[in-house]
Each structure stands twice: as structure tokens, then as C-alpha cells.
Design a protein around this ligand. Structure first.
Ligand code: C5P
Length: 248
């Protein structure tokens, strides 16, 4: 394959067409953004780390029979930030699953950060930066008419399967999966697959080996809260995942 024209540029990735219709190339950038891109920085090495972490996580999901867009990493030393994926139509919904309370949940409800939720809480948000990714309700979903009940059931079921698989993966490497966001897409043959990325940019991961409320944070909250050591924390996550997953 050869890389073709840019299809889409997001905050952390660029998506390119290739000369093969069944192959899309994703470039993971070093750009870090938070608070809907109000806060921005370049973190050298973040792109390759998220690319490799996402690759291993997608492989883990595949091993648990969860379909994803992931096909492989690009070959070569210069391509450590490139991933090959299946072309999909992204459903403009962010699915967030929370196992422990943190982040926006604690800002919007009287629940203390770190509270274990009685069962995983699934929230849907409308993916639209200009609107600040608003929380959806059943009525708002019906109003938008973007997700019929059948697709919604499949999407929520798939997201809960992802949560179970990720809890198993991160549990094995002593990381608490607090919450995460996924995006789903439909392939040309209408298969629903996990798309986008799964990395410390999109998950909250707390190191169970320490009780220190700051040291334990191994995810994008280090950037959001100016704690420093962002790339080091992501490196720690990759190192631990490599301990249970062989390199792709
Ligand atoms: O912001 P909030 O606390 O609702 O985020 C829940 C989880 O979803 C966090 O792991 C966060 O990193 C992730 N998220 C994301 N992209 C967004 C919003 C949230 O990856 N646009």
C-alpha cells in the first residue's frame, strides 16, 4: 500500500486514505489537548506510545472476539506512530463506561472521586466539539434520530463487552480501569466495530500499587491537572501491557 490523501484530521490523529480501498492509515500525533482543546501541548513521544498501546489493546479485544477496526501496525522504524485500520463510518456518539466515579461525573453529581459504582455506568455523548460533546438522554437521541433501538442495543452491548475485556486486561497488570471512552463504526458490510483509539488519552487508569492520589494517575489526567510525567506514565502503561500481550 501507499499513503494517499488526508481524509480527516482530529486533535490527536490524522486519517489517510491508501491506494487500497480496504485499508486506511492512522497517524498518532504528539499533540495533547484537554478541555475541548482549550489546553494544548506537544508531548514528544506520546503519539508512538498511544499507537502501540492502542494496537495491543485492540489485539486483546480481538482475542476476546470483540470486533475492532484494527488491522496492524505499519512496518518500519519511522512508522512507529502509524496504524492500519479498516475503513468505517464513525457513529457520532462517544460511549463512556465508568467503573469508579471520576471526572465529569463528580462535577455533575454528588459522588466522590474514587467511589466504586454499584455497576458499570454507561453514558452516551453526542460527538461534536463545537457543542462540547453534550450528554445524551433517550429523548435527545430520539430527537436527533441518529441511533435506532437495534443499533443502540448492539452498541451498548459491545461497549459492555469491551469494559469486561479491559477490566481483565488492566486487572492483570495492577491498573484500576476507572472509566474510558470508545467510538464505534460501521464497516461497508454494516459490521459494528470498535474504532478510534483506546489509550491513556481515552481511559482513566490508576496504579493499584500506590495509594498516593497523584502518583497513581497514569493517564491524561496528568496533563489535565498539570502533574507532569505524562509521557513517562504512558510508557509505564505500555511496559505493563507488553508484559501480558506479545508485541504485534
Ligand atoms: O470527562 P469525563 O470524566 O466524562 O471522561 C470520562 C472518560 O472518557 C475519561 O477516561 C476520558 O479520558 C474519556 N473521554 C475521552 N474523550 C472525550 C471525553 C471523555 O476520551 N471527548
Amino acid at each position: 500500500y501507499t499513503i494517499g490523501p488526508l481524509l480527516h484530521e482530529g486533535k490527536a490523529k490524522r486519517v489517510y486514505r491508501t491506494d487500497r480501498p480496504d485499508l486506511v492509515a492512522v497517524e498518532y500525533k504528539d499533540d495533547a489537548t484537554a478541555f475541548n482543546a482549550l489546553k494544548k501541548a506537544q508531548l514528544e513521544g506520546k503519539g508512538p506510545l498511544n499507537c502501540r498501546i492502542s494496537a495491543l489493546v485492540f489485539e486483546w479485544l480481538a482475542s476476546r472476539d470483540i470486533p475492532t477496526h484494527y488491522l496492524g501496525l505499519a512496518e518500519g522504524e519511522a512508522s512507529r506512530r502509524w496504524m492500519l485500520v479498516r475503513p468505517v463510518e464513525i457513529i457520532p456518539i462517544e460511549v463512556v463506561i465508568r467503573n469508579l466515579a471520576a471526572g465529569s461525573l463528580c462535577q455533575q453529581l454528588p459522588v466522590a472521586s474514587g467511589t466504586r459504582l454499584p455497576s458499570p455506568l454507561l453514558d452516551l455523548y453526542y460527538k461534536d466539539d463545537a457543542l462540547g460533546d453534550p450528554l445524551l438522554t433517550d429523548a435527545r437521541l430520539a430527537l436527533l434520530g441518529i441511533l435506532d433501538t437495534d443499533l443502540r442495543d448492539r452498541l451498548e452491548q459491545l461497549a459492555r463487552q469491551v469494559n469486561a475485556a479491559l477490566l481483565e486486561l488492566f486487572g492483570r497488570i495492577d491498573l484500576e480501569l476507572v472509566d474510558f471512552k470508545i467510538e464505534l463504526g460501521l464497516t461497508a458490510d454494516q459490521q459494528l466495530v470498535v474504532a478510534d483509539e483506546i489509550s491513556p488519552d481515552t481511559c482513566r487508569l490508576w496504579d493499584r500499587a500506590t495509594d498516593d492520589l497523584q502518583d497513581r494517575i497514569l493517564d491524561k489526567d496528568r496533563f489535565r491537572q498539570d502533574l507532569g510525567g505524562v509521557v513517562e506514565a504512558y510508557g509505564q502503561v505500555l511496559k505493563r501491557i507488553q508484559g501480558v500481550c506479545p508485541e504485534p
